[in-house]
Design a protein around this ligand. Structure first.
Ligand code: PEP
Length: 244
């Protein structure tokens, strides 16, 4: 039985004041899913303190370097994330892939670096609108998964989370229908091999409290990676409450 998981990706939003208010307002009463909050790096320590004080959630990074240390100005290593009491880290978000040109191979390197340090990578995969319209959704997702699979033992998937995030649904207000999402999630689970039944596969792309229950009702959707709606503590908690 997989525990549901809901993760917040604040992206480059917020401020110290916003973060303090968010954690004060965050009420996870009645939530049975795991909850991860991924703020920008400068607020990780504040978030980790709130997690320790309130309980009910843990903290994740939004990105990391594939390198352990060295002359990589502006980068943050897995070990540094651990020092911030971070449990998870997002790797391969579509914004990193498209805006910062992160290749499948680089994303795989980050996945490996995260796991080597004891962090749980949340591997984002998903197709663009153009790729979907060309009928290439499964091919693209398979390539993204294969780059990681080539670098790990299959048993390592059990210490990872996969997030299916169709690029055309991120921040656009368009969500994949529950059936569209389910069919890709089923494909991803098959790609994970024997261990697939144990791996949490999240859906991401304009998830809100209004559409969360229908998505979570699908057999292979184990929770959500939430962007815009995670900036509102009440809305985010409502999404978490929908995950059963
Ligand atoms: C995301 O950033 O991972 C995401 C899914 O964003 P949104 O929920 O805003 O579409």
């Amino acid at each position: 039985m997989r525990t549901p998981l809901v993760a917040a990706n604040w992206k480059m939003n917020g401020s110290r004041e916003f973060a303090e208010r968010f954690f004060t307002d965050l009420d996870l009463e009645g939530v049975i899913s795991g909850v991860v909050v991924c703020p920008p790096f400068p607020y990780l320590s504040l978030a980790a303190q709130a997690a320790q004080d309130k309980g009910g959630f843990v903290v994740g990074g939004q990105n990391l370097s594939q390198e352990p240390a060295g002359a990589f100005t502006g980068e943050v290593s897995a070990g540094m994330l651990l020092d911030w009491n971070t449990h998870y880290v997002i790797v391969g978000h579509s914004e990193r892939r498209s805006l910062y040109l992160e290749s499948n191979e680089l994303v795989a390197g980050k996945f490996v670096a995260a796991q080597a340090a004891g962090l749980i990578p949340i591997l984002c995969v998903g197709e663009t609108l153009e790729e979907r319209e060309q009928g290439r959704t499964l091919e693209v997702v398979a390539e993204q998964m294969a780059a990681v699979r080539n670098r790990i033992d299959s048993s390592a998937w059990k210490d990872a989370v996969v997030a299916y995030e169709p690029v055309w649904a991120i921040g656009t207000g368009k969500t994949a229908t529950p059936e569209e999402a389910q069919s890709v999630h089923e494909f991803i689970r098959a790609q994970l091999g024997d261990i697939g039944a144990e791996v949490q596969i999240l859906y991401g792309g304009s998830v809100k409290s209004a559409n969360a229950s229908a998505l979570f009702a699908q057999v292979d959707i184990d929770g959500a990676l939430v962007g815009g709606a995670s900036l509102d503590a009440k809305e985010f908690a409502a999404i978490c409450r929908a995950a059963v």
